[in-house]
Design a protein. Sequence first.
Length: 314
Amino acid sequence: MIGRRAVLAGLAGAAAAPAFAQPLAYRIMPEPVAAGLWVVRGADAPIAMANGGAIANITILATDAGTVLIDCGPSLRYGKALKAAAETLTGKPVVRVYLTHLHPDHVYGAAAFAPAVLAATPQLATLLKSEGPGFSDGMYRLLGDWMRGTEFTAPGTILSADSETFGTRRLRLLPLTGHSPADLAILDEATGTLIAGDLVFHDRAPSTPHADLAKWRAALTTLKALGHTRVVPGHGPIDPTPNAAIDQTRDWLDWVETTLRAAVAAGEDNVAAGNTPIPPRFGAMQAARYELQRSVSHLYPALEAELLPRIDTR
């Protein structure tokens, strides 16, 4: 019997791929960032057939005890390619894959790994159990054959300590919230590199489908005080400074909230709010209009409920 996801993959793949197309394959190209630390850059774009959903930054760490990954991409196909590339690069098997939050561009590559290798905070593990499988159909519709064989895989390791050590490499674990209800940032103490997950974006507009903006700002304040030397954002280029990407993320969030509050107060509908001019300082930011319009859909209903009370309840 053919399953629903196989049908979705086949239909989407047939619609998007030319006849006699080459088999789909991800190009995993790790970029050196610091000693024993590489980043596989995601496309600075929305999830689409053209990029196979590979839009998130993935971090590879070499340790004496084995290879550590932070996030694992959008699909089984990606996870397998990532595992092979990382183990070839470091010469050691993958012993840990940290999941930073629930969004599917970061976690569906988990299907390529044994559950015991996959690690998440208790809060994230609970969220993934309830929400993770539900992303599948949407990802299959968007990505078709890129997703073939992908099933959600729950983490088998629940993190309880504030750090983990692999050989001589100590990783500080920072459970936070804001971009989603359960975010994990990681500080590589050996190099001073902050792997921030989607709490930080850089030159790519932040996404807000599960955001709590007040908590997100508080998380950014926590991250800024860590004393790190550079930042690997969840999306966008690596920030070689401690604070530029953090400050840019906060600036965007502040502008979006202020702008949408003003639009609600002025009685604008969501279409007008989504077409608000974007300030020149964000002019080079990838996906800015796209993410502003998504943020309107995510945030507008709650802002309208807060700022425009129903007259029939007075």
